[in-house]
Design a protein around this ligand. Structure first.
Ligand code: NAP
Ligand code: GDD
Length: 343
């Protein structure tokens, strides 16, 4: 019988790649979706006929118990979150509820459905659980590069809530013998990345500037440094973590550092434009507390999971620019045809 996976956050960037990966691995894939006639299924629209959906929300414990009970999954991937860091200063309580308490609610749903408790430890025999932890937990970094032992110093309500989610997952592993793992993933991007994140914001702007649709790109801190990889590579690591004999946490990243300025340079170079003619620094986009640098030490994931990335940063930025050029030029042609009255 095919293994069943339940993915929270299936409509997000990672959810869409993970769904594709698990379908290719022969899984029956279920996605937890929220809201009425969820309008944000566009990333997975071409997969809809192969996927199954169940309704639920990380804010609603009963809906999560019902969903897990209904699906009876072998593996649960908890990817749902408010994932845009600046939003966590605007809505800290909601962010904490979804990214912190939401993890506890999913763990409780798994525990209740499995009947996992001290008197009946099921260990690896229960539902396996993946938590989407984040390099944002390292925040004001204690050392470089960061590994599984590096202490956390989160710098945003997002990072603080993720740190709670990380430790409650570890605690359920230690308290109840649950097979719960956290992947401490560094930034990963793709043509499906949300438009608010810096790489996609840059590549969309580059495409539109190249096509003459706009002149300027407004950015915040150009000196911030990240370890950026390709999302399609990172979902393979999530799956591998749940196939191990023992539950433990892993850092996933490339081990390479680039600044926002580097990202800008590569993207503008890809279309033969000089970024200095177009990029404007807007102080309003600088964060109240910045994570200045992040760099992964992914040695454990490489050694124990056999994981490695297939796309480097330069290729990733060019892939995103090309995808946005195609998208913007289709929209441009469409609006020109509309204006010419020939559509
Ligand atoms: P994303 O594109 O922003 O997707 C977030 C997903 O969470 C969406 O499917 C959204 O559903 C869902 N969601 C939000 N609030 C929810 C709620 N209350 N109940 C149920 N679902 C809810 O994020 P991503 O980039 O794919 O990231 C996936 C996960 O990895 C997140 O937990 C993120 O924090 C974490 N992470 C990401 C990165 C990265 O670089 N991408 C790095 C480290 C960790 P709707 O469509 O309904 O809004
Ligand atoms: N979004 C954005 N917009 N970021 C900018 C801008 C801008 O105009 N200008 C400079 N930056 C800088 C930010 O200050 C930050 O240092 C860096 O670019 C990356 O910002 P984001 O792309 O928004 O990602 P993030 O690092 O804050 O968070 C992402 O990665 C985390 C893992 O480290 C998100 O995917 C999180 O959900 C994830 O946990």
């Amino acid at each position: 019988m095919a293994k069943r996976a339940l993915i929270t956050g299936i409509t997000g960037q990672d959810g869409s790649y993970l769904a594709e990966h698990l379908l290719a691995e022969g899984y029956q894939v279920w996605g937890l979706v929220r809201g009425q006639a969820n309008p944000r299924k566009s990333r997975i629209s071409r997969l809809v006929s192969e996927l199954h959906f169940v309704e639920g929300d990380l804010m609603d414990q009963v809906s999560l118990v019902s969903a897990v009970d209904f699906v009876q999954p072998d593996e649960v991937y908890n990817l749902a979150a408010i994932s845009f860091v600046p939003m966590s200063w605007q809505q800290p309580e909601l962010t904490t509820e979804v990214n912190g308490m939401g993890v506890l609610r999913v763990l409780e749903a798994v525990r209740m459905v499995c009947g996992l408790d001290k008197s009946r430890p099921t260990g690896g025999g229960g539902i396996r659980f993946y938590q989407a932890s984040s390099s944002e937990m390292y925040g004001k970094v204690a050392e470089t590069p960061q590994n599984e032992q590096t202490i956390f110093h989160p710098r945003s309500p997002y990072g603080v809530a993720k740190t709670y989610g990380h430790f409650i997952t570890k605690n359920y592993r230690e308290s109840f013998g649950m097979f719960g793992v956290s992947g401490i993933l560094f930034n990963h991007e793709s043509p499906r990345r949300g438009a608010e994140f810096v790489t996609r914001k840059i590549t969309m702007a580059v495409a539109e500037i190249k096509l003459g649709m706009r002149e300027k790109l407004y950015l915040g801190n150009l000196d911030a440094v990240r370890d950026w990889g390709f999302a399609g590579d990172y979902v393979r690591a999530m799956h591998l973590m749940l196939q191990q004999d023992t539950a433990t946490d892993y850092v996933v990243g490339t081990g390479r550092m680039h600044s926002v300025r580097d990202a800008v340079q590569i993207a503008f170079d890809a279309v033969d434009l000089n970024w200095r003619d177009h990029v404007v620094v807007d102080p309003a986009l600088v964060r109240p507390a910045e994570v200045e640098t992040l760099c992964a030490d992914p040695e454990k994931a490489r050694a124990e999971l056999g994981w490695k990335q297939s796309v480097d940063f330069e290729e990733l930025m060019r892939m995103m620019v090309e995808a946005d050029l195609r998208k913007a030029s289709n929209e441009h042609k469409y609006s020109e045809l509309m204006l010419a009255g020939s559509w």
